[in-house]
Design a protein around this ligand. Structure first.
Ligand SMILES: Cc1ncc(COP(=O)(O)O)c(C=O)c1O
Length: 359
C-alpha cells in the first residue's frame, strides 16, 4: 500500500484553517519561496531540531516536488547521478523524466541495508563524467534502514572531494524507533529535504521544504526559476495548515509515532513464514523489506496474488530496484486494522511458502 500514516493533522490546526478559508489571501498566489511566516518558523525549527544553521528554506508542494526542483536545478540531461538500491522509486523517476538517464545504482549490505560506500568511493573517483549528485533517504523508503552518522559523514566527504552534491531526503525524520535519534548534516554541498506529509498526517495538503546552503552561488536563483514554472507556490491553505501544525510540534508527532512499534511487531510476525533472516529494515520510517522465497521469481505477480487472493496490499520490490522482495508499510492503519492485515499477510505468505501461488 501507499506510504501513508493513519492520523489526521492536529485538531487545533484544523480549527484555525476552518476560520480562514474565505480570506481573500488564501485564494491568491503567495511568495514563490513560501509564506514568510512559515519560512521563519521553519528556519527556527531547522536550527533547533536539525541543527541546520547555515541553510535557506524554500517551501514546496511536498518533498517529491522538492526533489524534482533539485534535479532540475542541479542536473542537466546526460549528467550521471548516484542512488542505492533499494531506492525510493519516485527519486529514480524524477531523474528519468528530466533526462538524467545515467543513473548509477549502488548496492546495499544485505544484512544492514546500508549503502555500499566503498563502491561509491570508486564510482566518484573513476566514473566519467563524475556524478553530479548522490542521493539517499534517511531513514529509508523502501527499506526503513537508518544510515548511522559516521557512514553519512563518509558519504558526504566523498561527495565533497569529488565535487558532487549530496541530497538527503529526511521525510521520515520523526519516524525513529528503539531509542535511535535522527540527525542532519550541513555543508555547502548538502541539500536536505523535509515533508509535512507523514509527520502531521498532511499527505493531501502537499507541503514540504528544501533546506539548501546559504553560500551556494546562484543556487537560489535557479531554484526559484524552477519553482515559478511548476507550482509557483505551494498551496496557501496547505502552507497555513503547516504553520499551525508546527505549533503542535514534535511532541504531537512523537506521541503518534511511538505506537507504530506495535504495528511493526505485528507485521514482523506476519512476515515470519519467509524466515527471520529474510525480514529487514524498519529501524525507522514506516517500512519493512522482506525477501520472497526463491521459488517466487516475479514479485509483481506475488503482490497481485496477495491482493487478489488474500486481500492485503504490499509493494513489489522491483519498483525500487529490488526484485524478489516486497515492501510492507506499517503506518497506514490503526492497530486493530493492522492486526487484520497482518493475519491476511501471514496466511498468504504461509501458503506462498508451502504451496506456491495457488489460485
Ligand atoms: C522518501 C520519501 N520522500 C518523499 C515522499 C513524498 O512526500 P511528499 O508527500 O512530501 O511529497 C515520500 C512519500 O512516500 C517518501 O517516502
Amino acid at each position: 500500500m501507499q506510504g501513508v500514516v493513519y492520523w489526521q493533522p492536529p485538531e487545533s490546526a484544523m480549527d484555525k484553517i476552518e476560520k480562514i478559508i474565505r480570506e481573500p489571501i488564501v485564494s491568491k498566489y503567495g511568495s514563490d519561496d513560501g509564506l514568510p511566516e512559515l519560512r521563519e518558523a521553519l528556519l527556527e525549527k531547522l536550527s533547533r531540531e536539525n541543527k541546520l544553521t547555515k541553510s535557506s528554506v524554500m517551501v514546496t508542494a511536498g518533498a517529491n516536488q522538492a526533489f524534482v526542483n533539485l534535479v532540475l536545478t542541479l542536473c542537466d540531461a546526460g549528467d550521471s547521478v548516484v542512488m542505492f538500491a533499494p531506492y525510493y522509486f519516485n527519486a529514480y523517476m524524477s531523474f528519468q523524466m528530466t533526462g538524467v538517464t545515467d543513473i548509477l545504482v549502488g548496492g546495499c549490505d544485505p544484512k544492514t541495508l546500508h549503502p555500499d560506500v566503498d563502491w561509491l568511493e570508486k564510482v566518484l573517483k573513476e566514473n566519467e563524467p563524475i556524478p553530479k549528485l548522490v542521493t539517499v533517504v534517511n531513514p529509508g523508503n523502501p527499506s526503513g534502514a537508518f544510515i548511522p552518522r559516521p557512514m553519512l559523514e563518509r558519504i558526504s566527504d566523498l561527495c565533497k572531494n569529488a565535487g558532487a552534491w549530496l541530497v538527503v531526503d529526511n521525510t521520515y525524520e520523526y519516524f525513529m524507533y528503539d531509542g535511535m535519534e535522527h540527525y542532519c548534516l550541513e555543508d555547502a554541498h548538502i541539500v536536505n529535504l523535509f515533508s509535512f506529509s507523514k509527520a502531521y498526517g498532511m499527505m493531501g495538503w502537499r507541503v514540504g521544504y528544501i533546506a539548501f546552503p546559504n553560500e551556494a552561488d546562484g543556487f537560489h536563483d535557479q531554484l526559484l526559476k524552477v519553482q515559478d514554472n511548476i507550482p509557483i507556490c505551494a498551496s496557501i491553505i496547505g502552507q497555513r495548515l503547516a504553520l499551525y501544525s508546527l505549533e503542535a510540534g514534535p511532541e504531537w508527532i512523537k506521541e503518534r509515532v511511538k505506537d507504530l512499534v506495535k504495528n511493526r511487531a505485528l507485521l514482523v510476525e506476519a512476515l515470519s513464514p519467509l524466515g527471520e533472516d529474510n525480514v529487514k529494515g524498519g529501524e525507522g520510517a514506516i517500512y519493512l523489506w522482506a525477501k520472497l522465497p526463491d521459488s517466487c521469481s516475479d514479485d509483481f505477480e506475488a503482490v497481485r496474488w496477495l491482493a487478489n487472493k488474500h486481500g492485503v496490499a504490499v509493494i513489489p520490490g522491483s519498483a525500487s530496484g529490488g526484485p524478489g522482495y516486497i515492501r510492507v508499510s506499517f503506518g497506514g492503519l490503526k492497530e486493530e486494522d493492522t492486526r487484520l492485515a497482518a493475519e491476511r499477510l501471514r496466511r498468504g505468505l504461509q501458503e506462498l511458502v508451502t504451496d506456491g501461488m495457488v489460485q
